[in-house]
Design a protein around this ligand. Structure first.
Ligand SMILES: COc1ccc([C@H]2[C@H](O)[C@H](O)[C@H](C)N2C)cc1
Length: 449
């Protein structure tokens, strides 16, 4: 391996309680809210083709005109309690909230810039009430923070001249000040979700970023920081020059999900997902495919079955309310979670051969395996292959415990579970309790005739 000062400082997963709690979340909510929510992807009557929260980067938009949106930020219908209640009903265990996106506007009254809610007609802090409302419901808060800041004149995409370097040193102090300010103002925040860290200017700051990460961890023991925050001294991001992940969880799964367990390299990770193809901030027009409840439930199942968390994005409207499409999805997901959440919370990779009917999730620390069924075979028989000398000791339908299945043994530790009905409205979960039967050789269920 290459000698690294600023690469990964830990190999393998964190084993402390804070991280074990993060690992067990299963389902999370992302919230993208800010000035970009006001124009919602439209400017001078024209629709921006990119993501609504990137509007300021459109050549048609002058920075000054965009920044004056601050004087229009007045979400009179904003109610942190109702957002948190929606999230609670949906069954999320954590929320990631934009404190400052790339445009530089701060949803908290930072004392290091005037470009904050404090100088908007709304005046009040947004982050504080959100943290309080979510904490009250037992939903942990992760703060999203963009290093890249298009408002700050000291931001640079690269450091080419002495002037760049002097300006960017000021920017680095500004960034450190804001991060320490966030950790001080919101001490119950469990972690930070960094973004805007891909440009050369920041990638060249391996030593600074490493010491800042250490400083934040010292200030808030247990703080959870993802792989996107910093680069090593050779400019490697997410994984250092020795291939070891930096940070506590892998943040590369943005609008994409790993296919197989080998893709996650034994790391913790979360997948952040948009409802439309690629809109995070509120956008008037949602082009292309809008994901349905069933699609999102399958993404959730797939993430948890591969040792990850699934984080669904919400882009609240400028008036502070949530759009109906998102409220409907939150309701649909919440109804399913109301019945099946034990197959999601504290779930992990079961280590079984993947079958076409859906996804296995193992309940951490138990012999309980959940079968999350999305694709019912025409035979109505769900194939289950367990590790050798493992038998099924109990099978039942999570949503209908009275519905028992007598698995048919079709080979060594191989079974068919015959479904009693052919059509289902929603994905459903069958619970398997397994037992080690290496002691007795007799089959537990009737052999195939
Ligand atoms: C360069 O392409 C990018 C960069 C950043 C993003 C941002 C989105 O605005 C959103 O905040 C997402 C989580 N983040 C990766 C999206 C595409």
């Amino acid at each position: 391996p290459i000698a690294l000062q600023h690469g990964a400082h830990r190999i393998g997963r964190r084993t402390d309680a804070d991280m074990e709690k993060w690992r067990a979340y299963g389902l999370g909510q992302f919230i993208h809210w800010g000035l970009y929510s006001i124009p919602a992807g439209e400017w001078n009557g024209k629709q921006y083709s990119g993501a609504a929260e990137w509007l300021k980067s459109w050549k048609e938009v002058s920075a000054t005109a965009y920044d004056s949106l601050m004087y229009q930020f007045n979400p009179t219908k904003f109610n942190a309690e109702s957002w948190a209640e929606t999230a609670k009903q949906m069954g999320v265990k954590y929320v990631t909230i934009t404190t400052k996106h790339h445009d530089g506007f701060c949803l908290w009254p930072s004392k290091y810039t005037n470009f904050t809610v404090a100088n908007s007609p709304y005046k009040k802090d947004i982050i504080g009430p959100l943290v309080k409302a979510y904490d009250k419901r037992g939903i942990d808060v992760i703060l999203y923070f963009s290093i890249m800041d298009w408002h700050n004149p000291d931001w640079r995409y690269d450091i080419k001249t002495r002037e760049d370097s002097i300006a960017f040193d000021r920017f680095k102090q500004f960034t450190r000040n804001q991060l320490l300010e966030l950790l001080t103002l919101y001490p119950t925040a469990k972690g930070l979700w960094f973004d805007g860290t891909w440009d050369k200017s920041w990638v060249k700051q391996a030593a600074f970023a490493d010491s800042l990460e250490k400083e934040m961890r010292a200030m808030r023991p247990g703080l959870i920081i993802g792989s996107r925050f910093r680069a090593d001294e050779y400019g490697k991001r997410h994984f250092d020059s020795n291939g070891n992940m930096m940070g506590d969880y892998e943040q590369g799964w943005e609008r994409k999900i790993p296919e197989k367990i080998a893709d996650v390299h034994g790391n913790d990770w979360d997948c952040v997902m948009t409802v439309p193809e690629n809109q995070w901030g509120y956008s008037k027009v949602w082009k292309g495919h809008i994901k349905t409840t069933d699609e999102l439930l399958e993404m959730l199942a797939k993430c948890v079955s591969l040792d990850g968390n699934f984080v669904l994005n919400f882009g609240p409207k400028p008036d502070g309310t949530l759009r109906t499409e998102e409220l409907d999805l939150a309701k649909g997901i919440g109804e399913w979670m109301g019945i099946n959440s034990e197959a999601i919370y504290n779930g992990e990779y079961a280590g079984l051969v993947k079958q076409d009917w859906g996804y296995y999730v193992k309940k951490t620390g138990t012999n309980k395996i959940y079968m999350l069924v999305f694709n019912v075979p025409v035979s109505g028989a769900l194939n289950v292959v367990l590790p050798s000398r493992t038998a099924i000791s109990k099978v039942y339908d999570l949503g209908n415990p009275g519905q028992n299945y007598a698995p048919e043994e079709i080979g060594t530790s191989a079974y068919f579970i015959h479904l009693k009905q052919q059509t289902f409205k929603r994905p459903f979960v069958i619970v398997l309790e397994t037992a080690d039967n290496s002691k007795n050789s007799g089959a537990q269920y009737q052999k195939a005739k």
